[in-house]
Design a protein around this ligand. Structure first.
Ligand SMILES: Nc1ncnc2c1ncn2[C@@H]1O[C@H](COP(=O)(O)OP(=O)(O)OP(=O)(O)O)[C@@H](O)[C@H]1O
Ligand SMILES: O=C(O)c1ccc[n+]([C@@H]2O[C@H](COP(=O)([O-])O)[C@@H](O)[C@H]2O)c1
Length: 215
């Protein structure tokens, strides 16, 4: 048990677990900044990074193999004592529906409150996720600012159309980083620099494995 968890239990509050789900092909500083700011602001005792096995809403045919995306996440987070990784979705067959993952985490962490961290682009889509209502029963969402995706209209829509879920969806201002995995992949293809967009250990790994070259 971590110090934060012990403190929460002493105060009879539920400790909070952050969940950062993503394709992470590759993981970059946009993901890491969102997770770290959410951890601090929402007093999360830890953040569990869960690379998807088969992302439900992404239809690219050339998504890198799960174990490689897992390894990149593992390398990216190893210096943060509050970050952990889970292979739950990588090991599961079929599309990685969040609701299935949350049911498992709910059983694994019965004493925790669960917070799912997304960027504002993913937040705009959550009502289209499988069993969205059940998801919102199980967890709260933290939507981190992402350049190009304004979440204000989304919150107005939630207020009007899903007022019962309002308190379970939070907006988080973060130093917004215009970094995406798509841009990193296309930079690699074009031979453009990617240094400082992602942790160096991840850059060296994708170079060694020749990821994103000639795709
Ligand atoms: N720069 C960023 N700032 C804030 N959140 C981000 C950022 N990049 C990704 N996220 C969030 O991290 C989660 C996982 O994102 P994902 O792995 O799909 O990365 P991506 O950069 O959006 O990938 P791609 O470009 O391949 O679509 C999503 O909730 C997404 O909104
Ligand atoms: O469960 C769903 O229907 C669902 C639909 C789209 C995305 N998600 C989850 O949202 C997270 C971010 O997804 P992505 O595609 O932006 O990497 C990741 O954990 C996905 O499994 C989940």
């Amino acid at each position: 048990m971590t110090d934060l968890e012990r403190l929460a239990l002493q105060k009879r509050e539920k400790p909070r677990l952050g969940i950062m789900g993503g394709t992470f092909d590759p993981i970059h500083y946009g993901h890491l900044v969102a997770a770290e700011m959410a951890r601090a602001k929402f007093k999360l005792s830890k953040v569990l990074f869960i690379p998807t096995g088969t992302p439900p809403h992404k239809h690219r045919k050339d998504i890198s193999a799960g174990p490689m995306r897992y390894e990149m996440v593992r390398r990216a987070i190893e210096d943060n004592e509050f970050f952990e990784i889970s292979s739950l979705e990588i090991e599961r067959e079929g599309p990685s529906y969040t609701v299935d993952t949350l049911r498992i985490l709910h059983r694994t962490y019965p004493e925790h409150e669960l917070y799912f961290i997304t960027g504002s682009d993913a937040l705009l889509e959550i009502f289209s996720w499988r069993e969205a209502e059940e998801i919102l029963r199980l967890i709260q969402f933290i939507g981190a600012a992402r350049p190009g995706f304004d979440a204000r209209d989304f919150f107005l829509k939630v207020q009007e159309e899903h007022p019962d879920t309002q308190e379970k969806i939070h907006y988080l201002e973060v130093p917004a980083l215009a970094i995406s995995s798509t841009d990193i992949r296309s930079r690699v293809q074009c031979g453009e620099p990617i240094r400082y967009l992602l942790p160096e250990a991840v850059r060296l790994y994708l170079e060694e494995m020749k990821l994103y070259v000639n795709k």
